[in-house]
Design a binder for this molecule. Structure first.
Ligand SMILES: [Fe+2]
Ligand SMILES: [Fe+2]
Length: 216
């Protein structure tokens, strides 16, 4: 009797997480000289993007599989800097066929990854899955999430740091207004406005406390 052909395709959800873990370990090794630094910004960022992207997919009717896989893989080639969306798309086209990810959806994953460039957009994206990934990626750079992610990343460098410098660094983010204005989907537009306000309010409140403005 001929041996039953085994399906060797890996479960895709596990595979994309492993791919990201591998990429974030390599990025940390290059930046900090160790795979597991005190704080891994990239891992924190991408896992936040995945959660937001899946939620946005549910709210907008975007394809969940496409959005989820694209979110896990969107920064997998971050070392390619400005070319990382295109390189990430290439990675997805090669990597996903080795998994059990639906083959007919792979190109849409690659397109969403390729489209995620830029902190703001002059021309809105047109594909829904690209819009959702873009919005989720940028939402994760706004609000209190951004505060914790930036502070964690700065402290992970292990260089002397003061609260005043953290504040200066945090407030130096004029691009955020453009990012908020570039959101595509309605739920992300609402969340972006609220996150932007919370972000500015937090730094204002901190400055007030440090100045003793609350001592009346
Ligand atoms: Fe990116
Ligand atoms: Fe990202």
């Amino acid at each position: 009797m001929p041996a039953k052909k085994k399906n060797t395709h890996k479960p895709w959800r596990k595979a994309v997480q492993e791919a990201l873990r591998h990429a974030t370990d390599a990025e940390a090794l290059a930046r900090f000289g160790k795979r597991r630094p005190a704080y891994n910004y990239r891992w924190e960022h991408v896992t936040a993007v995945v959660t937001l992207a899946v939620k946005l997919a549910e709210l907008t009717g975007a394809d969940r599989d496409v959005v989820e896989a694209a979110a896990w893989l969107h920064d997998v080639r971050k070392e390619a800097k400005d070319k990382h969306p295109r390189e990430g798309a290439k990675f997805a086209r090669k990597f996903l066929p080795e998994t059990d990810f639906p083959p007919d959806k792979i190109e849409r994953v690659a397109q969403a990854i390729e489209d995620h460039m830029g902190l703001w957009r002059d021309k809105p994206l047109t594909r829904l899955e690209s819009q959702v990934l873009w919005d989720a990626d940028k939402l994760a750079k706004l609000g209190l999430t951004a505060v914790f992610h930036r502070v964690g990343d700065v402290l992970a460098k292990g260089k002397p740091m003061t609260t005043a410098n953290l504040m200066k660094n945090g407030r130096d983010a004029a691009w955020q207004a453009n990012t908020v204005a570039s959101m595509h989907t309605e739920p992300a537009q609402r969340a972006a406005i609220a996150r932007f306000q919370a972000y500015n309010k937090l730094w204002d409140a901190l400055a007030g406390e440090l100045n003793g403005d609350d001592l009346l």
